[in-house]
Write a protein that binds this ligand. Structure first.
Ligand code: HEC
Ligand code: HEC
Ligand code: HEC
Ligand code: HEC
Length: 358
């Protein structure tokens, strides 16, 4: 492939193919794409037949095939859609991508006759709100690169805000009434497997994508383990749960009934068992969490799943000398390494702790 950006390439390819299948009208590159520069922007065109690639304030002439906006006509009404990137993000861009002044680019575009103007804003949350206070003429702003979700309706300077986020798990939904120029419904929709599993083509696309990722991580894994001399392989003070069962058999049986014991199987089902993004929380004592346990599937295969030592600490010394001191004060801090506001928004230490008690 002439432009190979590794995993990023594959993610974009799947995303754009998926958007096309869903009938999405536009795709608006943001900071994530900028950092890969002009070649990435050019590669985007290869992945989509339908979605127009829109950016209102990238120096257009540099990128053939990009458009600054799109006009969609519904019931005789002209809907102008564009996307604006924060000038501040230009410093992230490489290979000669230039971001033009957001406000003057927007004002230029708003001169095009329209009945409704929609702008996707690639700004931080705070800066998007600031921009909307200074810019007039946008009817609907779509935020999305920012963290978190929008839980109540928000209007700034006559502009209605909708937000897509939460790691792609939620999407903003809005019904617009042209007669009153107001939104009649504005809510968040959740996207999960149930939402898209009715569509065979999408399911197939997701399966292909996951299979690709798996192959990719296996390749990375293999190249890592070739370089690792077994003689200097990581020394870890984590011994693994098979070493506990002889003395704590009842507790081990009880632990096996919790989902902690099948956290790795969960990743396998998702074809993510080699995925460095997922493994730290679905394994024990991850190096990613500043601990000296799980480092990779090949080096530390005894540390898959959320085992005893994740909560109780490394047990190398304890199994040699069980009567000796071994840490056993467990507080919420241990859990929220993994039960974060993103992965488990409803996590409650007093309640959840009861569910794993032994
Ligand atoms: C050779 C037997 C033996 C093995 C193997 C063993 N333990 Fe223990 N463990 C003990 C004994 C004995 C105690 C102290 C019993 C007590 O105070 O009730 C203990 C206590 C503990 C405690 C409580 C510590 C405290 O201060 O209250 C934890 C937690 C623990 N073990 C975890 C583990 C884990 C995890 C493993 C496996 C990695 C493990 N043990 C392996 C024998 C063992
Ligand atoms: C290393 C990361 C990690 C830590 C630390 C962790 N968990 Fe979990 N926990 C997980 C994962 C991952 C799952 C889901 C596993 C799956 O379904 O594959 C989970 C699932 C659970 C569940 C659902 C269990 C069930 O059987 O239904 C509860 C409850 C829970 N954790 C409580 C806790 C508590 C309480 C703590 C702290 C004492 C804690 N967890 C610490 C990663 C962690
Ligand atoms: C920051 C820690 C963390 C990371 C990183 C993480 N998970 Fe999890 N995962 C959890 C916790 C905690 C739970 C349990 C949440 C609950 O009980 O609601 C969980 C549960 C799950 C579940 C079962 C629950 C469900 O929503 O169906 C799946 C599947 C899952 N994770 C897959 C993944 C995949 C795939 C990745 C990598 C893309 C990943 N996880 C990365 C912490 C994490
Ligand atoms: C998700 C975290 C978590 C995991 C995983 C976990 N434990 Fe515990 N364990 C706890 C908590 C919480 C307590 C209660 C201690 C406290 O309140 O500080 C506890 C208590 C214990 C005790 C003391 C029991 C007592 O009666 O005083 C032992 C022994 C123990 N665990 C062993 C194990 C072993 C062995 C495993 C693996 C098979 C394991 N634990 C897995 C969180 C965990």
């Amino acid at each position: 492939m002439k432009n190979d950006f590794g995993i990023k390439n594959q993610v974009l390819k799947t995303a754009l193919e998926g958007y096309d299948m869903m009938g999405t009208d536009i795709f608006t590159p943001g900071a994530q794409e900028l950092i890969y520069g002009r070649n990435m922007m050019l590669a985007l065109k290869d992945y989509t037949d339908q979605s127009a690639i829109i950016c209102g304030n990238l120096k257009g002439a540099l990128i053939p095939g990009f458009r600054t906006h799109k006009i969609i006509e519904i019931d005789g009404k002209k809907i102008l859609i564009t996307s604006i990137i924060d000038k501040k993000l230009e410093r992230k861009a490489i290979h000669g991508l230039k971001v033009e002044d957001p406000l003057s680019s927007l004002n230029q575009l708003l001169k095009i006759p329209h009945d409704l103007a929609i702008a996707v804003l690639h700004f931080s949350d705070k800066r998007a709100r600031h921009f909307l206070r200074t810019a007039s003429g946008i009817d609907i702003a779509i935020l999305g690169t920012q963290r978190g979700v929008l839980r109540k309706n928000e209007v700034i300077n006559n502009c209605m805000i909708i937000k897509n986020n939460n790691h792609g798990k939620t999407i903003g939904y809005l019904d617009w009434d042209f007669a009153t120029a107001k939104a009649t419904d504005n809510k968040l929709l959740s996207i999960n497997k149930e939402t898209y599993s009715a569509d065979k083509k999408i399911v197939e696309l997701v399966d292909q994508h996951e299979a690709w990722l798996r192959q990719h991580y296996i390749k990375i894994e293999n190249s890592k383990s070739e370089k690792t001399d077994p003689a200097v392989a990581t020394e870890t003070p984590y011994v693994g749960n098979t070493k506990c069962v002889s003395c704590h058999s009842e507790i081990t049986t009880s632990w096996k009934k919790t989902r902690h014991a099948s956290a790795y199987a969960t990743l396998q089902k998702k074809c993510k068992d080699f995925c460095p993004d997922c493994l730290p929380c679905h394994s024990t004592g991850s190096e990613e969490h500043g601990k000296k346990g799980f480092s990779s599937p090949s080096k530390t295969p005894h540390l898959f799943n959320v085992q005893c030592e994740e909560c109780h600490g490394p047990a190398r010394d304890h199994i040699k000398n069980p009567e000796g001191p071994y840490k056993n004060t467990i507080n919420a801090g241990i859990c929220i390494n993994c039960h974060t506001t993103n992965t488990d928004p409803e996590f409650s230490f007093p309640e959840d702790r009861k569910l794993i008690a032994h």
